[in-house]
Ligand binder design. Structure first.
Ligand code: IPE
Ligand code: IPE
Ligand code: MG
Length: 245
């Protein structure tokens, strides 16, 4: 039986977040430069979007470039920024036709002008689409985001008693999106690398040894099936869950 046919539509994660890792190692493994892996990774993004549309997941967040990634060799940073701009320009028309809304989270002011312009235009063009929301994390780190939220809240002059989890969430970059219920990381690393720390408080984690350029629809479905096989207790007991207390 195909994997997608085993997915239960009534128990889908609404939001899946992905740490797309292992492009460099994948390229090196075949004697190529690291950037070759980044190029190939675009294909995995296409496959992920296709799988999300097929399965009915409403939100996908992809970690494309972290705050810490600015510390990579300048040449690699430049190549990544160029690839990002070109990919967005190439893919946006077809994404728009498919009803995909593009959104970006991260420090847009730290991006090169061309990149910032491209993401603003892509968000504007696709803002009324509702089939799937594709969120790209660019120059993003969770600690940056959390500190920014703290600054906004302090500047607003709100009294401390009025600061709730909801109010805090509404000061984050992700204020318009539900929290991810499933977080996938490729490449075998078992870490979060400063991604969505607040939002993944109760997410299910799925790690695979496959490098990002090897990621495909089937692996996406496998992650969803793994998610659906787990009991999410949210602090309660197993007995409470089976009696749907
Ligand atoms: C993920 O692949 C892409 C980015 C972080 C931009 P890497 O470039 O981190 O590849 P590895 O982890 O070094 O193999
Ligand atoms: C995490 O990957 C960031 C992205 C996928 C964009 P890294 O390759 O930067 O993470 P570390 O440095 O191995 O933790
Ligand atoms: Mg990496």
């Amino acid at each position: 039986m195909s994997l997608i046919s085993q997915i239960r539509k009534d128990r889908l994660p609404r939001h899946v977040a992905i740490i797309m890792d292992g492009n460099g190692r994948w390229a090196k493994k075949q004697g190529k430069e690291r950037v070759f892996g980044h190029f190939q990774g675009v294909d995995s993004v296409r496959k992920t979007v296709k799988a999300a549309l097929q399965s009915g997941v409403e939100y996908i967040t992809l970690y494309a470039f972290s705050t810490e990634n600015w510390n990579r060799p300048q040449e690699e940073v430049n190549a990544l920024m160029e690839l990002l701009v070109n990919t967005i320009l190439n893919e946006v028309p077809s994404m728009n036709d498919q009803g995909i809304r593009l959104r970006f989270i991260g420090d847009r002011n730290s991006l090169p002008g061309k990149c910032k312009e491209t993401i603003i235009a892509a968000e504007g063009l696709t803002e009324n689409n509702s089939k799937l929301t594709l969120i790209l994390a660019l120059s993003y780190s969770a600690r940056w985001e959390i500190l920014n939220a703290v600054k906004k809240i302090v500047d607003s002059g709100v009294e401390s008693e009025r600061i709730t989890e909801e109010l805090f969430s509404s000061a984050l970059e992700t204020k318009d999106f539900p929290d991810p219920e499933l977080l996938i990381r490729t490449s075998g690393e078992l870490r979060i690398s400063n991604f969505l720390l607040w939002q993944i408080a109760y997410a299910e984690l799925f790690f695979t040894d496959k490098f990002w350029p090897e990621f495909d629809e089937e692996l996406f479905y496998e992650a969803i099936l793994s998610f659906q096989s787990r009991e999410r207790r949210f602090g309660k007991t197993s007995e409470q869950m089976t009696h749907s207390a």
